[in-house]
Ligand binder design. Structure first.
Ligand SMILES: NC(=O)CC[C@H](N)C(=O)O
Length: 313
């Protein structure tokens, strides 16, 4: 299978639709990004990365960071993390607060904002916020094989300045006694983690561990155990796109995680990690063109976690 051709044909076929959807404006710094950006990167186990369009340009990964934060929180906390956050789809928007009161401050899953705030809190553990951010960055540099990965302080500041909803979620969690660290410490890490700037290429390379049982097949670095990688994939499939997760599974058929910066990170177990970026979003905050590109790649490759056939690479 010519994966390079599949990636470039997918890009070319959709290029006319660049600019579709609505870029996130509630974080003012994100509204400044050119809506016509469109990148695709597909990384395989032999170290190849097939790219098209703006695949080497860093963008704000936003909620895609929740996948890495979850892996690292599980590493520190182990299965006890699941006492503090659930594993069910919420059926609600990413920043919804409605279930938190009824469900006594236990967020439905680690990918909605309330769940990610808890995950971030556990990832910080007994360290300072700056130490936790440094650790996250160091891990991503290693996984992404790139020392230039950084977070964008402008985006972090912009989100903090307009972060009333996330503050509400965090204070609500604190009221139920669900946070170990002070609210503003947790949020300062959460905002910086969301403001990580990475390219499609860096994201796809950093996420190979998800597609290959917890270990990057290129470098041999283990990020987590095989069973943990499978479980993170399961959560991405069921909860990775909030109230749009069913639609994504239906159209694409493999695990993914969206971010309001317009990126989507997808894992095709045993095959590849794919990252796409286009800032225009659908109603649920998933990149419109990005999801279309992944659906096209799924169709052209025949890749699906629901198929018993394993098409040749
Ligand atoms: N879905 C997202 O990407 C949301 C992340 C964003 N930083 C927020 O907390 O609102």
């Amino acid at each position: 299978m010519d994966l390079g051709a599949i990636v470039s044909e997918t890009w070319t076929e959709l290029a006319d639709e660049r600019g579709s959807g609505n870029p996130a404006r509630y974080i003012p710094a994100l509204a400044l990004v050119d809506p016509n950006k469109f990148g695709i990167a597909l990384a395989t186990s032999d170290g190849e990365v097939f790219c098209a369009g703006n695949a080497d340009e860093a963008f704000s990964i936003q909620s895609i960071s929740k996948v890495f934060a979850l892996a690292l929180a599980l590493e520190r906390e182990g299965p006890a993390l699941w006492d503090a956050v659930g594993r069910e789809p919420s059926g609600n928007a990413f920043n919804s607060i409605v279930q938190l009161e009824r469900e006594k401050g236990i967020p439905r899953n680690p990918f909605i904002n309330s769940g990610a705030i808890v995950t971030t809190d556990r990832f910080i553990g007994d360290r300072s916020p700056d130490e936790a951010v440094e650790d996250l960055l160091a891990r991503l540099k290693r996984m992404g094989r790139d020392e230039t990965i950084r977070f964008d302080p402008e985006v972090a500041r912009s989100e903090s300045e307009t972060g009333s909803r996330n503050r509400s979620l965090a204070w609500f969690l604190a009221d139920f006694g669900r946070l170990l660290n002070p609210v503003e410490d947790v949020l300062s890490v959460y905002f910086r983690q969301c403001a990580l700037a990475m390219s499609c290429r860096q994201l796809a390379e950093s996420a190979l561990f998800l597609a290959f049982d917890g270990t990057d097949p290129v470098t041999g670095q283990q990020m987590c155990s095989a069973s943990r990688a499978r479980r993170i994939n399961a959560l991405m499939l069921l909860c990775g796109h909030y109230d749009n997760s069913g639609q994504f599974a239906f159209e694409v058929g493999f695990p993914g995680k969206s971010g309001v910066g317009g990126g989507i990170l997808a894992s095709v177990p045993g095959r590849a990690a794919i990252a796409v970026w286009s800032p225009g979003l659908n109603r649920a905050g998933t990149s419109l063109l990005g999801a279309k590109a992944l659906a096209q790649i799924a169709r052209r490759t025949g890749w699906s976690v629901f198929s018993g056939k394993l098409p040749e690479i």
